[in-house]
Design a protein around this ligand. Structure first.
Ligand SMILES: Cc1cc2nc3c(=O)[nH]c(=O)nc-3n(C[C@H](O)[C@H](O)[C@H](O)COP(=O)(O)OP(=O)(O)OC[C@H]3O[C@@H](n4cnc5c(N)ncnc54)[C@H](O)[C@@H]3O)c2cc1C
Length: 453
């Protein structure tokens, strides 16, 4: 057997040391976002020594949280859906202490809020909302039928089905323009950072199914609790932070060699898994392996946080508020402390406001001014007058562009010993990133025959 390798699995990673990383290990995983963490988790489960090499100062990648003066500020508004299938396998939900959103949304339209409720969870709200202007009664029936359609199919089937743009699927289903503009564009536009809804129907169907089966939540200690939980189960000496990989040499006599920006070299016995963003992988492999063209534009968002005294929070609902008016720059917002009181110190509330797009060239002060003016129209200028601007996150790269044509089941193998994972390899979700990490390890294991001694 050509690739047969013997590993002493009795003391995994025994040669690793945090002060000075060894320059040779079993597998090198580059990037400690959810995909890299999932890959490392699987390698550890197989007792395969690995190094997880991360450029930044912490694990999590795009899933990070800052803790500022007792406030919990996620780096961009993110929601964790409990029904994500791979997440259910990997994460301890009880330890995350997930805080639930209202199952539905409050839509701002015509100068007031209208409730869109999940009939299976909030039946009476849903009945009352039948006559509201967010959609027709037929629309509400079609939402039920769409739910049955996705629930009757497997995830694999949804992610590989014939695809169209989401907007075309919704139009073909028969939804009215009013429900498209007042609910689907702000809600799913917020999920995909794409108000045009040009994202593939495959991703829409998968997320729609997860929403039907699970709750929208936030971990009590911030969204970064998710990657931190995964990292906490890994051998700490296998994780190297603040170390950027500059290039990967696939044709060295010594196997695949990873070059760090510091000049250090790392070598692997079994292979390298690139768990980095698509454009980073393209840069690192430039001139060696063509990874294809990165689809543009990538998806961007801006998230603004405001603090307010708890008794001045204008509503108590743990709901997502959507802009169904078709005007303004706010896409969605919520009172984070209505969902998770732990997101602010005692006596304080936290407001989170999300815009779609990068707003490059628009100064921060201008964005804050426009948001305050706009939300004064929603909640009244007296209420919004109490809000204090805290911080803004401009996330230039929030998600890859997953408009048709897509392949949400990309082969993780670039060549024997070199594999990719990340949300761009599967679906641009937490779950897609997690499952892609597992699949990259499975492809490596298939290529290498490992004999445990
Ligand atoms: C604001 C925002 C909101 C979102 N909302 C949701 C949501 O509600 N629900 C949902 O399911 N998904 C959401 N997503 C998407 C989700 O966060 C991503 O799909 C997922 O986290 C991607 O994980 P990843 O591991 O593929 O990539 P990343 O998280 O990007 O990880 C890549 C890692 O590689 C590191 N790296 C890059 N280059 C190098 C190098 N050369 N050397 C070493 N390390 C390197 C990076 O520093 C990073 O840590 C959101 C994303 C953002 C930004």
């Amino acid at each position: 057997m050509d690739n047969q390798i013997s590993l002493d699995t009795s003391t995994p990673n025994k040669t690793l040391s945090s002060s000075q990383p060894p320059n040779k290990t079993g597998v090198i995983v580059v990037g400690a976002g959810l995909a890299g963490l999932a890959a490392a988790t699987r390698l550890q489960a197989e007792n395969i020594p690995f190094l997880l090499v991360e450029a930044s100062d912490a694990v999590g990648g795009r899933v990070r949280t800052d803790f500022v003066d007792g406030f919990t500020l996620d780096r961009g508004f993110q929601i964790f859906i409990t029904a994500y299938p791979e997440a259910r396998e990997l994460l301890d939900y009880d330890a995350l202490d997930l805080q639930r959103f209202y199952s539905g949304a409050k839509v701002f339209f015509g100068g007031r809020f209208h409730t869109v409720a999940d009939p299976l969870r909030h039946f009476s709200d849903a009945v009352l909302s039948l006559a509201n202007p967010i959609g027709t009664v037929v629309d509400k029936l079609l939402i039920g039928l769409s739910r049955i359609r996705v629930l009757s199919r497997s995830d694999y089937n949804l992610l590989t089905a014939d695809e169209v743009k989401t907007i075309d699927l919704l139009r073909k289903t028969g939804f009215s323009d009013s429900v498209l503009d007042r609910f689907f564009r702000p809600f799913f536009g917020g999920v995909f950072f794409d108000r045009e809804l040009e994202t593939t129907s495959r991703l829409f169907d998968f997320v729609f199914k997860c929403l039907a089966l699970g709750d929208n939540t936030l971990p009590k200690n911030g969204i970064s609790a998710i990657p931190e939980q995964l990292a906490g189960k890994l051998n700490p000496s296998s994780i190297i932070l603040n170390s950027r990989v500059a290039s990967v040499d696939c044709d060295s006599d010594e196997g695949i060699v990873v070059n760090l920006s510091s000049g250090e070299l790392l070598r692997s016995d079994l292979g390298v898994i690139l768990a980095i963003e698509e454009f980073e992988a393209a840069n690192i492999l430039a001139g060696k392996i063509d990874t294809g063209r990165v689809k543009e534009p990538v998806r961007s968002t801006v998230c603004l946080y405001f603090s307010v005294d708890a008794d001045k929070v204008p509503v108590k609902d743990p709901a997502l508020f959507l802009n169904g008016s078709g005007r303004g720059i706010v896409n969605n917002m919520f009172f984070a402390t209505n969902v998770a009181p732990s997101y602010a110190p005692p006596g304080k509330g936290l407001v989170s406001v999300s815009l779609i797009g990068s707003y490059e060239g628009v100064p921060d002060e201008e964005l804050v001014k426009r948001v305050v003016e706009e939300l004064s129209g929603w909640f009244g200028s007296e209420a919004v007058g109490w809000w204090r601007y805290m911080r803004m996150y401009r996330v230039g790269f929030a998600q890859p562009n997953q408009c048709p044509p897509t392949n949400l089941m990309k082969d993780p193998k670039l060549k024997e010993g070199l594999y990719i994972c990340g949300d761009y390899v599967t679906s641009a979700t937490f779950d897609g990133a997690l499952v892609s990490g597992k699949r990259a390890v499975e492809a490596l294991l298939k290529d290498r025959t490992i004999v445990k001694v």
